[in-house]
Design a protein around this ligand. Structure first.
Ligand code: GRF
Length: 203
């Protein structure tokens, strides 16, 4: 394993990637991002990586005839990179079994709700439609399910009466940018202990 290296998987604008870049550059996270992989050509996250002189790879999902083929290529790149941790940051695909088996308890994700409420797509819209008064965000380990892995950190955000999907997403995002770097820091400091589906944080 390449000690304290982080690979980030993205699909879009990459504000969480930016938070991770900033936290590695400031020394808050004791590690470095060695590679950013995007399944989407033209994702703005790629520009952020390039600005920070981080190598990038584009694996255009739609150029593969089958998901299995895409995953094999992704696995090949990840194995070569051999990171300590893989961070999904607005990565819009489910991680397949092949990759999960190869990197057990080494893949983290950030989700914009207080899991187990509102997993999957459009979590903020789901929260507004349900009428909850508190939502938030969750960093968790990735398992075979959809946003069901052991929870590392959460932050709560009050839903305001006249919040829209946009305003609520923006409020939650501010907290995503805090707890994702914090979770990666704890991971690299080897302070996370998974017991069943509970994550204990060592002193
Ligand atoms: C974030 O809200 C994250 O929680 C979700 O997708 C969004 C990605 O935003 N998984 P960004 O690309 O990090 O700006």
């Amino acid at each position: 394993m390449n000690e304290n290296t982080i690979v980030v998987l993205v699909s879009g604008r990459g504000t969480n990637l930016q938070a991770l870049i900033d936290a590695t550059q400031s020394g808050y996270i004791p590690g470095r991002i060695s590679l950013v992989i995007s399944d989407t050509p033209g994702a703005y996250a790629l520009v952020r990586a390039q600005k920070a002189s981080i190598p990038t790879v584009v694996l255009d999902y739609h150029s593969f005839s089958e998901k299995k083929e895409y995953e094999s290529k992704l696995l090949e790149i990840l194995e070569k990179e051999h990171p300590a941790v893989i961070c999904l940051a607005g990565y819009m695909r489910i991680i397949g079994k092949m990759i999960l088996t190869r990197f057990p308890q080494q893949i983290l994700n950030i989700h914009p709700s207080l899991l187990p409420a509102f997993p999957g797509l459009d979590a903020q819209k789901q929260a507004l439609e349900y009428g909850v008064k508190i939502s938030g965000c969750t960093v968790h380990f990735v398992n075979e399910g959809m946003d069901t892995g052991p929870i590392i950190l959460q932050a709560a955000v009050a839903v305001k009466d006249f919040d829209t999907v946009e305003t609520l997403s923006e409020s939650i995002l501010q907290y995503e940018h805090k707890i994702y770097p914090e979770a990666v820091k704890l991971f690299l400091e080897q302070k996370l202990q998974i017991i069943g589906r509970t994550v204990k944080i060592k002193e």
